[in-house]
Design a protein around this ligand. Structure first.
Ligand code: ADP
Ligand code: MG
Ligand code: MG
Ligand code: MG
Length: 398
C-alpha cells in the first residue's frame, strides 16, 4: 500500500519520501536532504534539497492544531485555500508569488518554489534596510489581486462562486477573536503586556467604551463586507524581498472581505518598523517608511482606477462612483490599520519589530506610539487618507 493515501503529520523522513515519490527530478531519496524551517504560528515548512542537482523545493503542511498553541484546533483545509489563492494570484501577478509545483488535498500540503534568494521583509526592516521599489511592487500586488476580484471586475456568478470557494470560517474566526475582540478586553491568558505598560493599556484599551463601539463597527464590516478576495494575513512576515523584487506568501487566511483589511495590514506593519526606528532615532529609515506609506497608497489608488476603467458594470462609467469607492477603501484601510497596530502590541501574536527592542523604556515608548496611532486611526474621523495618517505619525514622533 502506498504511504500517502491517508492524512498524517509528516516528519523529516516522511517529507523526503513524499518528495521522492511525487516530484520529478527528486526520485533518488539517497540524494535528498531535508530540514524543517517553519517559523510561523500555524504550519510546518520543510526545505528539501537534491544534493546531486542542487535543486530545492519547499513543502508546507497544515497540522490539525496551530503551532503557536495546541488549543487552537484548525481545519487543514487551509492548505487548499492557500494553494488555490497562490495559483489565482499567479494568473495576475506571476512574478510576485512562489510557483506551486503540486498540492495534495489528502496530505494537506503543497510543494512550492524555494525562495532561497529572498529574505523575510520584517527581518530586513528590523535591520534598517530600505527598498526603493517596494511601494511599486506591493501596490501592483494589491490592485491586481484585490480589485480584479471585486464585483466591478468579475461576472456576478463567478464572484459568488469564488466567495463560496474561499469561505474559510475557521481562519476568519481566528482573526475575529485575535484582531477584533481580544486586544480590547482584559483577556489575561493571551494578552501579555510589557512591564510598565499594563496600567496605560488597561485604561486606554480595556476601559474605553468609545473605542469599543468603533471596534464593534469595524468587526461587523470584517464579518459582512465581501468586497474582494483578500490575502487575509498581509504583514511583512508574509513578504519575501531581495534587491529587485518581492514575493508574497502564506494566503491561508484568504476570504471575501473588505479590501481595507489587507491594505491596513501593510500600513500597520510598515508602521511597526517605523516605530522601532523612531525610538532608535534612525532618521533616514524613518523617512523611507513615510515615503513608502504614501507611495504605496497613492500607487494602489492609481493602479486600481486603471483596472476599474475596464469594468463592465454600467455605473463604472461615472468617475465619481469609482473615486468614492476607492476613497472609502482607503478610509477603511486607515481604520483597519488601527486594529492591526493594537492587536500586535496587546494580543497573542506580537511582532519582532517591537519585541526585539532590548531597552525596556524604548520598547514602552514604541508600543505607546503604535497604540496612540491605533486609537486615532480607529476613532478620529478626520484621519481618513494617507496624508492625514502621515500628518498624525509625524506629529506623534516628536
Ligand atoms: P505559517 O503559515 O506557519 O506562518 P509561512 O508560509 O509564513 O508559514 O512560512 C513560515 C516560514 O517558512 C517563512 O517565514 C519562511 O522562513 C519559510 N518559507 C515559507 N515559504 C517559503 C518558500 N517558498 N521559500 C523559502 N522559505 C519559505
Ligand atoms: Mg506566516
Ligand atoms: Mg500562515
Ligand atoms: Mg478614521
Amino acid at each position: 500500500m502506498s504511504m500517502f493515501t491517508e492524512y498524517f503529520l509528516m516528519g523529516i523522513e516522511h517529507v523526503k519520501k513524499y518528495v521522492s515519490t511525487k516530484l520529478k527530478g527528486f526520485e533518488k531519496i539517497e540524494d535528498l536532504s531535508c530540514v524543517e524551517i517553519g517559523d510561523g504560528n500555524l504550519n510546518y515548512v520543510f526545505r528539501v534539497v537534491n544534493n546531486a542537482t542542487n535543486e530545492s523545493v519547499i513543502v508546507k503542511q497544515a497540522g490539525p492544531q496551530a503551532r503557536i498553541s495546541e488549543s487552537i484546533v484548525l481545519s487543514t483545509d487551509r492548505n487548499r485555500i492557500e494553494t488555490e489563492v497562490l495559483m489565482l494570484e499567479a494568473e495576475k501577478t506571476p512574478d510576485l508569488v512562489p510557483i506551486i509545483y503540486l498540492y495534495d488535498t489528502v496530505m494537506n500540503c503543497c510543494v512550492m518554489e524555494d525562495l532561497k534568494d529572498f529574505k523575510i521583509m520584517r527581518k530586513e526592516l528590523i535591520n534598517g534596510k530600505k527598498f526603493s521599489f517596494f511601494s511599486d511592487k506591493i501596490s501592483t500586488f494589491m490592485a491586481e489581486n484585490l480589485i480584479r476580484t471585486t464585483d466591478f471586475m468579475l461576472d456576478p456568478k463567478e464572484k459568488k462562486k469564488m466567495q463560496k470557494q474561499f469561505i474559510n470560517p475557521e481562519l476568519c474566526e481566528i482573526s475575529e477573536e485575535l484582531v477584533f475582540t481580544e486586544p480590547f478586553i482584559d483577556f489575561k491568558s493571551q494578552n501579555i503586556l510589557t512591564n510598565g505598560n499594563e496600567t496605560w493599556i488597561e485604561k486606554e484599551f480595556y476601559q474605553d467604551e468609545k473605542l469599543h463601539i468603533q471596534v464593534a463597527k469595524l468587526k461587523q464590516q470584517f464579518l459582512t463586507h465581501g468586497q474582494a478576495l483578500l490575502h487575509g494575513d498581509l504583514h511583512t512576515g508574509s513578504i519575501f524581498i531581495n534587491d529587485q523584487n518581492i514575493k508574497v506568501i502564506d494566503p491561508e487566511f484568504a476570504f471575501y472581505g473588505p479590501i481595507g483589511y489587507d491594505a491596513g495590514n501593510i500600513i500597520a506593519n510598515l508602521t511597526f518598523a517605523w516605530a522601532r526606528h523612531v525610538v532608535q532615532k534612525e532618521d533616514s529609515f524613518i523617512l523611507w517608511v513615510e515615503e513608502t506609506l504614501k507611495h504605496t497608497i497613492q500607487n494602489f489608488r492609481e493602479k486600481s482606477l486603471k483596472i476599474l476603467a475596464e469594468s463592465k458594470e454600467p455605473f463604472a462609467k461615472y468617475e465619481s462612483v469609482l473615486c468614492n469607492y476607492l476613497d472609502e477603501i482607503i478610509r477603511d484601510s486607515i481604520a483597519f490599520s488601527g486594529l492591526e497596530l493594537s492587536r500586535r502590541i496587546i494580543g497573542l501574536a506580537k511582532v519582532a519589530d517591537i519585541t526585539t527592542i532590548e531597552d525596556n523604556d524604548q520598547r514602552i515608548l514604541a508600543e505607546r506610539l503604535c497604540l496612540t496611532i491605533a486609537k486615532n486611526c480607529i476613532m478620529d474621523e478626520d484621519i481618513m487618507d494617507i496624508d492625514s495618517y502621515l500628518f498624525l505619525i509625524q506629529r506623534l514622533k516628536k
